[in-house]
Design a protein around this ligand. Structure first.
Ligand SMILES: [Zn+2]
Length: 369
């Protein structure tokens, strides 16, 4: 079986899937660091190996602009290209509608972008997007979706849901016909924070029988209670026994809360973005801001319980010093620690689901709020 539930928490909807792709099998819940352009910001594939990262997400549209899907294909696909042996998801490009310097417009045919490297205008259709993701060779491709910004008027949300459904049908049809690399295709549910539209989109996409589903268009600035409401409504209308991916959600306690609702997969810039602002997460002392004076002569590692390469080698005092002298390498070191923390958090989530103690971990996670 492609995805099999191997453990289920008794008090919440948290569960563990055996998640099988062409590059291997890992357990959910898992967190994917962002490697948009086939690299992390300040970290590479070799770093990711050292900090237990088993899955990442890249962006198909941006890679198709530079170096191009054809180049990646000719070099043996994205795994070889960036030397990452784990599972690679590719996002379609719908999210780039957010990018002012790329996005030109959208209509029924697809999304129009400007290639910032050549100035050329391009039309990204569902079919082209599928071919790009097949050429890149990721394990999991995402459907092209029409993502509204927040806040959006009701008419815009209706239009987005209609297009997202129509494009999901086109993506699925093309992908079924041309997928000769055993790639998986996930559907993306849109609908903003409108419950009735979320329901319509989720129900329709469910009829297309995707192996997994993503919830898109959330964690983009809407009030948190509306985000949870939209998540719950969406989950109610997609098949329970398929993996669910909540795109872009990133704070530690949010991840655990989402897991308790039945979400399995995450990606976010949050751990590395906070690291670049000198904030680190620990299991021993919750959240630390390392630029603070109190760390000037602190000889402890960031987290005494952490086995990451940073905690194994450097003190808080040394990292504080790097921050003070504005050494760019500190951004890399703190990013590595935070990403390792997220991998450990997901491992703890798995252990606690297996032992029926997930609710305790969920309670503890409030310290990182
Ligand atoms: Zn560490």
């Amino acid at each position: 079986m492609q995805f099999e539930i191997i453990a289920q928490d008794k008090k919440t909807k948290a569960r563990i899937f055996k998640f099988k792709t062409k590059s291997g099998t890992i357990k959910t819940p898992f967190f994917m660091p962002v490697a948009t352009k086939a690299t992390g910001k300040f970290y590479d594939s070799n770093d990711m190996k050292k900090i237990k990262v088993k899955a990442i997400i890249a962006n198909a549209l941006l890679l198709s602009l530079e170096p191009s899907a054809a180049v990646i294909k000719s070099l043996g696909g994205i795994h070889r290209f960036m030397n990452f042996k784990g599972i690679i998801f590719t996002d379609s490009g719908g999210f780039q509608m957010y990018s002012e310097h790329l996005f030109l417009g959208v209509n029924e045919n697809g999304i129009r972008f400007r290639n910032p490297f050549t100035g050329q205008r391009i039309l990204c259709t569902p079919e082209k997007d599928m071919q790009i993701q097949l050429d890149i060779g990721s394990d999991v491709a995402m459907c092209l979706d029409d993502m509204p910004l927040y806040p959006a008027k009701k008419e815009r949300l209706i239009q987005s849901v209609k297009r997202t459904i129509a494009w999901a049908i086109r993506c699925k049809r093309y992908h079924d016909k041309h997928n000769n690399i055993n790639q998986l295709l996930f559907g993306i549910v849109q609908g903003g924070t409108d419950n009735s539209l979320r329901k319509i989109c989720a129900k329709k996409l469910s009829t297309l029988k995707f192996p997994g589903y993503a919830i898109g268009g959330l964690a983009i600035g809407e009030p948190e209670n509306l985000m949870w409401q939209a998540t719950k409504v969406t989950l109610k209308h997609i098949p329970e026994k398929t993996p669910k991916y909540l795109m872009g959600l990133g704070k530690p306690y949010q991840l655990l809360k989402a897991i308790s609702l039945g979400i399995d997969i995450f990606d976010s810039r949050y751990p590395t973005k906070t690291a670049r602002h000198n904030q680190v997460f620990t299991f021993s002392d919750s959240t630390l801001k390392l630029q603070r004076k109190i760390y000037k002569d602190d000889k402890n590692p960031i987290d005494k319980t952490c086995n990451c390469p940073v905690c194994q080698n450097y003190s808080r005092a040394y990292l504080h010093h790097l921050i003070k002298i504005k050494e760019p390498n500190v951004k890399r070191l703190l990013s590595l620690h935070n990403l390792y923390f997220y991998q450990c958090l997901m491992e703890k989530a798995q252990e606690s689901i297996e032992e029926n103690k997930f609710h305790k971990l969920l309670e503890e996670s409030k310290q990182w709020n």
